[in-house]
Design a protein around this ligand. Structure first.
Ligand SMILES: Cc1cc2nc3c(=O)[nH]c(=O)nc-3n(C[C@H](O)[C@H](O)[C@H](O)COP(=O)(O)OP(=O)(O)OC[C@H]3O[C@@H](n4cnc5c(N)ncnc54)[C@H](O)[C@@H]3O)c2cc1C
Length: 289
């Protein structure tokens, strides 16, 4: 499998990358780590005439915290940088653990969190946990920038609201008062496998009272999704096993999985029910934030 011919630009700024995308049109594509783009080009499922690399944009690599804004993760932070970030380890270990369970060490060294999001694949691992934590993203072009909740970014498999000339520059996890969060990836192997089902939970508990909860699912619908009926069931209630069981049932009813080689529709629904209950319990019990 060889790469087809293409032209290559290494952008020196977000503005330059955006201008190139705008002037060259849909034949041009951004490349960050290239762990999605290059295999697709080799397989012939993607054939851009121009690749615009953004890997020199060091301003998109940092992971910082400010009280008024929350945690700001640059789109070019690699999975290993996310995993090892002291800022994230101190506030949201669940995000570091998500990175830890992705791919293999080589891919984690070059694959970026921005690429994981911009790719808009329903099974991508960062999406459920970031949605559960209420993350926002910033999209920038030469005209300015806009911020939107991550959960509104996706339109379908590999489809999003990003415009042709926009670059995803940062992911922001605002201060949200959650006492625990966790992501459970269920794959067919322990490592290097895509999620068959992904469940993420962020919860704000006061003793045994659920003050707030967000539940996000991956790999069981055309886009990652929140299961708000299950969330509403739990909010304001004392948590019991029966309530968690019912939340699992509502989550399973709220998703729309496909059948493929990795699992049937029915199997995925059953796994959503089981793992929603277990992931809720884990987030509630261990105060993972
Ligand atoms: C062996 C292997 C194992 C993998 N395992 C996993 C796994 O366990 N879990 C998982 O979720 N994924 C996995 N992946 C997929 C991939 O590694 C991730 O999705 C990765 O995060 C993609 O990031 P990247 O920087 O390599 O993206 P790229 O390949 O560079 O780009 C991906 C897409 O996003 C666009 N893009 C990238 N950055 C930006 C930006 N800042 N602004 C706008 N558009 C942008 C590109 O144009 C392209 O369309 C795996 C891939 C491989 C090859």
């Amino acid at each position: 499998m060889y790469l087809p011919d293409f032209d290559y630009y290494a952008a020196a700024s977000v503005e330059e990358a955006s201008n190139l995308l705008g002037s060259l049109g849909p034949e041009a594509k951004i490349i960050a780590g290239g762990t999605d783009v290059l295999p697709m080009m080799k397989q012939g499922t993607l054939a851009p005439k121009v690749l615009i690399s953004i890997t020199r944009l060091n301003e998109l690599k940092s992971i910082t915290y400010a009280k008024e804004k929350g945690i700001v993760i640059g789109a070019l932070a690699t999975h290993n940088e996310v995993m090892l970030s002291p800022v994230l380890q101190g506030k949201y270990m669940s995000v570091c653990e998500t990175a830890h369970h992705m791919a293999n060490n080589q891919i984690r060294n070059i694959g970026t969190i921005g690429g994981n999001i911009a790719n808009a694949v329903p099974s991508a691992d960062f999406l459920p946990i970031l949605i559960a934590l209420g993350a926002k993203i910033t999209l920038q072009n030469s005209g300015g920038s806009r911020s939107l909740p991550l959960e509104t970014f996706f339109m379908g498999p590999r489809q999003s609201v990003i415009k042709q000339d926009e670059i995803l520059t940062e992911i922001i996890i605002p201060e949200n008062g959650f006492s625990g969060s966790t992501y459970h990836k269920f794959g067919l192997r322990r490592s290097g496998a895509l999620a068959v089902v992904g469940v993420a939970v962020a919860v704000a508990m006061e003793d045994n009272l659920c003050k707030d909860v967000r539940i996000a699912l991956g790999a069981v619908a055309p886009t990652p999704l929140r299961v708000t009926e299950a969330e509403e069931l739990l909010k304001g209630k004392e948590i019991t096993d029966a309530l968690l069981e019912e939340a699992g049932r509502l989550a399973a009813a709220g998703c729309s999985p496909i059948s493929d080689v990795r699992g049937s529709q029915e199997y995925r629904r059953d796994m959503v029910k089981v793992f929603t209950r277990r992931t809720l319990r884990k987030a509630i019990d261990n105060g993972h934030v």
